[in-house]
Design a protein around this ligand. Structure first.
Ligand code: C2E
Ligand code: CA
Ligand code: CA
Length: 486
């Protein structure tokens, strides 16, 4: 089977399957593997193993930047980390001294199969392979040959042993000279390979590598500490009162290398990495500071924060968030929560939401209609606002069904004494229809895209001027050119 290049989150090539069929491999015990002097040696586990200074017999020293055997013109640099996944089992059978030399056997088999690969030990169970190819597909085909070769047992002192190998591969065009990035991508690929049980190859030229989740997961704590996160605010406008009622804080990650990363690409990563609590507490502190700064300038409006569902079941988070909010006396803070968060663990979610409501946090139900909307839970929530998911609002004027859903949702929310916000309002016709349906608040690109703090502050000042100037009806609808400037 030939390997294919795919985006990082999905895996590449074939599953690593147990041994099939017979086969033998000769062991040349004189083989030596060497760790390149320039090896980047970040991980303690790999550093500890760096004593393995065995050099492959007769093979010249490898160069990390792949200068040897380098093809002319444009080519791809490949770095593959190849791990003996069943090292512990092999060590139990072979004893420690022999097991410590297993990387030699692995390196030997690799270079027997594809002689131009530069192989070096990167740990007792880890081998690093560097080479160049004309395109990533050629590299993937080579790695697949290696994978298949390890399906045959290896002869060790007269006994046949099955090695289970994991391959994590990174490929970068020759124009990409960042060795650290290549090595990090190979490490990420290996981590993913361990999880998926198959070869994973990351292509550094692909834009979607920016969202390689494992790398982001590792980088998140540093990013929060280094101030790479920032907030944008998107106003919600009260339709009848024609005023900015509140605003929603939306988090962004200004990554030093990858540029701007939107929350859709890292919130789930933060949840998996156990970082969502600290990220949300950071957001809460920042929003409180921003709310106070705006209030001091005459714009005392509530600012809403998105709260991930898993945090509603986290008593430690709830306690710390409450402490921060109560300490910030008078700060107007709201939380947006999704119904699915509540459905997951209703008892603790409802209890915690009540705690937040009791200390004055306004609660809004977010993305209504996108999940399994359940009236039973809705009635029990101390929420005062219901946000209709933008998926219904954006097709309001082009769909037959969506206006009915929106209309009935507005009536339902009003019956439960909640105000309704329609998010994703992009056109004047949607705004007009929502207004007729009795929708209380609107939010969307028609009114404003999310704005950085300074731009949002200016937006509030401009609106205040417009209102005192009298042009109330049209004040929230801007020409497209305005938003391009914002
Ligand atoms: P959400 O809470 O539903 O936020 C609204 C999203 O819709 C935002 O995307 C916003 O930029 C976008 N949006 C607003 N108006 C319009 C419109 O008229 N048309 C269209 N097409 N889109 C519009 P964003 O900022 O990328 O946020 C995506 C999601 O990430 C949010 O969805 C929210 O669930 C999550 N999120 C954002 N910030 C945070 C945070 O601080 N914590 C947590 N847990 N989640 C967050
Ligand atoms: Ca939201
Ligand atoms: Ca939403």
């Amino acid at each position: 089977m030939s390997a294919r290049i795919e985006p990082p989150a999905r895996a590449l090539a074939a599953p690593v399957s147990p041994a099939t069929g017979p086969g033998t491999a000769e062991v040349r015990s004189a083989a030596k593997v060497r760790i390149p002097a320039a090896k980047r040696d970040k991980k303690p586990a790999r550093r500890a193993d760096a004593q393995l200074k065995i050099q492959l017999a007769g093979r010249p020293a490898t160069r990390r930047n792949g200068a040897r055997n380098q093809p002319e013109g444009r080519f791809w640099r490949i770095l593959c980390l190849c791990e003996i996944a069943n090292f512990a089992t092999l060590r139990r059978h072979l004893g420690r001294p022999r097991a410590d030399a297993l990387v030699r056997d692995v390196a030997e088999r690799i270079t027997d199969i594809i002689p131009d690969l530069r192989v070096s030990a990167a740990g007792r169970a880890l081998v690093e392979i560097a080479f160049e190819r004309d395109k990533p597909e050629s590299a993937a085909a080579d790695i697949d040959r290696l994978r298949k070769a390890f399906l045959r047992p290896i002869n060790l002192e007269g006994e046949r042993y099955q090695f289970q190998m994991q391959f994590g591969v990174a490929a970068a065009p020759s124009s990409e000279s960042d060795d650290v990035r290549l090595a990090e991508a190979a490490e990420s690929a290996l981590e993913q390979a361990r999880l998926d049980g198959r070869v994973v190859m990351l292509d550094l030229s692909r834009a979607d590598l920016a969202f390689d989740k494992l790398t982001l997961m590792r980088e998140l704590p540093r990013a929060i500490a280094n101030g790479e996160m920032f907030l944008q605010y998107q106003p919600k406008v009260h339709v009848r009162r024609q005023e900015i009622a509140s605003a929603e804080a939306l988090i962004r990650w200004q990554h030093p290398v990858r540029g701007l990363i939107l929350p859709g690409d890292f919130i789930s990563v933060a949840e998996q990495a156990g970082e969502i609590g600290s990220l949300t507490l950071w957001t809460l502190r920042k929003v409180i500071a921003d709310q106070r700064a705006l209030a001091a300038d005459g714009h005392d409006l509530p600012l809403f924060i998105n709260i991930s569902g898993i945090l509603l079941a986290d008593s430690a988070f709830v306690a710390e968030a409450c402490e921060i909010i109560t300490a910030a006396e008078g700060a107007k803070i709201g939380f947006e929560i999704t119904e699915t968060a509540v459905i997951r663990d209703p008892d603790s979610a409802i209890r915690h939401l009540q705690v937040f409501a009791d200390i004055g946090v306004t609660l809004a139900i977010d993305d209504y209609g996108a999940g399994l909307s359940s009236l039973a839970y809705l009635k029990q929530l101390p929420a005062s606002e219901l946000k209709i998911d933008k998926m219904f609002v954006m097709q309001l004027t082009s769909s037959n069904r969506d206006p009915l859903i929106v209309r009935s949702t507005i009536d339902l929310a009003h019956a439960l004494e909640m105000e309704v916000t329609a998010e994703g309002v992009e056109t004047p016709s949607a705004l007009a229809l929502l207004s007729v349906m009795g929708c209380d608040m609107v939010q969307g690109f028609l009114i404003s895209r999310p704005l950085g703090f300074d731009a949002f502050h200016k937006f509030l000042c401009d609106e205040a001027d417009e209102l005192t100037g009298g042009s109330v009806q049209s004040s929230f609808i801007r020409p497209e050119s305005f938003w391009k400037r914002a």
